[in-house]
Design a protein around this ligand. Structure first.
Ligand code: ZN
Ligand code: MN
Length: 140
């Protein structure tokens, strides 16, 4: 928690229990949760926290670059405390979102740059399919 407090301060943010809790939660999960999932996980510890507060806090954390917002093509965004650009795997059956090694495709942006007059600034890669657990269910 001290590390997270320092991170918030470093970004010039006021340290509030909600900001601490949400950033801590995101830094300790690999699940890429939605705002609703975060709210449901934290509301028992923070009964005064509202879903609106979670959204507002996520917006602030995103604007200061402490987290990134992912749009995997669902109705809601996912949130990730790993802010470096890295590819994701998305299960189209259970909705699981997993990280792929960030060194995979690291030259892709430069490669694509050769084929366009656009000045490329970032890439977002999502791969869609069925996770191992869902494949197993399908085969039963
Ligand atoms: Zn799945
Ligand atoms: Mn990720």
């Amino acid at each position: 928690m001290e590390e997270i407090t320092a991170l918030l301060k470093q970004k010039g943010l006021k340290v509030t229990p909600q900001r601490l809790a949400i950033l801590n939660f995101l830094m300790n999960t690999k699940e890429h949760p939605t705002a609703e999932t975060i709210y449901k996980k934290l509301v028992s510890d923070f009964p005064t926290m509202s879903l609106a507060t979670v959204y507002k806090t996520l917006e602030v954390l995103k604007e200061t670059g402490l987290i990134q917002e992912l749009n995997v093509g669902e109705g809601s965004f996912r949130y990730d405390a790993k802010t470096s650009p890295h590819p994701h795997l998305v299960c189209i059956s259970c909705g699981k979102v997993e990280d792929m090694d960030e060194n995979m495709f690291k030259d892709l942006l430069q490669e694509v740059q050769k084929y366009t007059d656009y000045k490329l600034v970032e890439q977002r890669l999502y791969f869609y399919g069925y996770c191992p657990a869902c494949q197993k269910k399908m085969n039963n």
